[in-house]
Design a protein around this ligand. Structure first.
Ligand code: ADP
Ligand code: MG
Ligand code: ZN
Length: 475
């Protein structure tokens, strides 16, 4: 039997206004190579100056993962030659990163928490892009010098479920912190997966293989499954040492396999050394204050939702997993809705309808305050759950006034004691024999009276009120 060992390296593109070492914008540029300057083009003599905003955003992640945030950190050069890097080296932080020794907690299937260690998070500059076009290859350096935060985990994960749970937690955390848009399709949250296996009980780790640049949670899962099988088979066939060596592989989406990208012979020699052009990144008190000014994070939300709002753990985990969802929920509460119905109406009724319409919470035609208003009408008995569903269907199509809809659709529940009592008395008068039986101990008949009253009201009576008043009348 084998055990899988996984460590992840995640590249998060920081959403700073300007690049890491120059003042070129990081925003979209209409023309190739237009967001460039002597520094990010690596022209001789141009000197890099570190971007304070990038430092603050890296620090913010550091505080969020209980890490050590170094008040002085250094930049190193990682040498490699590739057309999309005009300097022929990447500026990164190898020896003393800005963030070291952090942690993130993931929720396992059995409901327990597991701690995943984070070795470090370091700042580095992104490369440009090579564009292959028929017989030509072009280089666009608009992205060159964009700040990346590389977050390196300890080899603490033991299966793909844990790896994906860690990635989702990290993804959600950087989005809460507003340090990256973390869009996986667009490459602002990229992941390298390191995988090895070892016989159960063995202390030493096996040889790890690094699978580069996977851009979806689903592919992370598939790539790990494939790689574990490949390594296990090699072990069982007695050819582990020949087949599994420290290398970089790629996940082929089309073929569903990992493929060798760089052979053993071409193993890179990066010749790291301290960048002589850059002074240490020294943190000021102002930067610390700004970095520590952060929103409530998922773990704290889960705790608060459960303890203060009485939300079930499963729902609390779902709601907190995405900041847009959590903020939607909290806005519903602010507009007067109770927590219990809000959870249900958000996660089941609204999300279900959005999914059907190919929308999501960020593109919902129904706003949080609108759904909150609707839910508060259920909470106070103005409308029934059934009526609210009909109204929500309308709101998905067009923005309407809820009170007006209740009137025009005739959905107001009768909650008025007098009106309901009148109906109840008619039912009881018409069924003296059943009242006799009920009082003689046939308690099942209570349901019959409720049903008859609801029927008499043509469904408009507030069922809770009917129950309450019937109990009073029947003693
Ligand atoms: P490098 O700098 O060459 O990428 P690191 O030592 O920084 O190497 O490790 C990179 C990643 O590989 C880390 O996320 C680490 O947790 C993971 N890792 C290290 N050893 C193993 C292993 N035996 N199996 C799986 N992952 C590993
Ligand atoms: Mg690495
Ligand atoms: Zn520039």
């Amino acid at each position: 039997m084998f055990e899988t060992v996984i460590g992840l390296e995640v590249h998060v593109q920081l959403n700073t206004k300007t690049k890491l070492f120059c003042s070129c914008p990081t925003s979209f540029a209409e023309h190739q190579n237009s967001n460039t300057c002597p520094t990010c083009l690596a022209l001789p003599g141009a000197l890099p100056v570190v971007n304070k905003e990038a430092g603050i955003k890296a620090m913010r992640l550091g505080y969020a993962i209980n890490a050590n945030v170094n008040h002085s950190s250094n930049f190193d050069r990682k040498s490699y030659f590739y057309p999309d890097s005009p300097s022929a080296y990447q500026i990164t932080q190898l020896h003393k990163a800005i963030v070291q020794k952090g942690e993130l907690f993931i929720e396992l299937k059995d409901g327990t928490q597991k701690r995943i260690g984070i070795t470090q998070a370091h700042l580095e500059a992104d490369a440009g892009k090579n564009i292959h076009d028929g017989n030509h290859s072009k280089v666009d350096l608009n992205r060159a010098g964009t700040p990346l935060l590389e977050i390196v985990s300890e080899p603490d994960m033991r299966n793909s479920y844990e790896a994906v749970a860690y990635l989702k937690k990290l993804h959600s955390t950087v989005r809460y912190l507003d340090i990256s848009d973390a869009n996986m399709q667009e490459g602002s949250f990229r992941c390298d997966v390191n995988v090895s296996i070892r016989p159960k009980g063995q202390k030493e780790f096996g040889t790890r293989v690094e699978i580069k640049n996977i851009n979806s949670f689903k592919f992370v899962e598939s790539a790990i499954a494939y790689e574990v099988q490949r390594q296990t088979e090699a072990y069982e066939d007695g050819i582990y040492d020949q087949e599994v060596y420290q290398e970089t592989r790629l996940w082929s989406v089309e073929e569903g396999v990992t493929k060798s990208m760089r052979g053993k012979e071409e193993a890179a020699d990066y010749r790291y050394f301290p960048d002589p052009d850059l002074r240490p990144l020294v943190v000021t008190q102002e930067m610390i204050d700004e970095a520590q000014n952060m929103p409530e994070l998922p773990d704290a939300k889960v705790k608060r939702y459960i303890e203060e709002l009485g939300v079930k753990k499963y729902d609390a985990l779902v709601l907190s997993s995405q900041k847009e969802l959590a903020y939607f929920f909290e806005e519903m509460l602010r507009s007067g809705a109770g927590a219990k119905n809000s959870v249900n109406w958000l996660t089941t009724e609204l999300l279900g309808r959005l999914k059907k319409a190919n929308l999501d919470i960020t593109t919902s035609p129904v706003t949080a305050s609108k759904l909150g208003e609707l839910v508060s009408k259920i909470d106070d008995g103005t409308i029934s759950g059934k009526g609210a569903k009909d109204i929500l269907d309308v709101l998905m199509e067009e923005d309407r006034d809820i009170s007006e809809l209740i009137d025009s659709m005739g959905l107001a529940q009768v909650s008025d004691d007098g009106a309901i009592l009148e109906m109840i008395d008619k039912i009881l008068d018409a069924n003296p024999d059943k009242v006799e039986q009920y009082k003689g101990g046939k308690e099942k008949l209570f349901g019959f009276f409720v049903g008859q009253t609801m029927k008499a009201s043509r469904g408009s009576a507030n069922p809770q009120k009917v129950n309450e008043l019937l109990r009073g009348r029947l003693g």
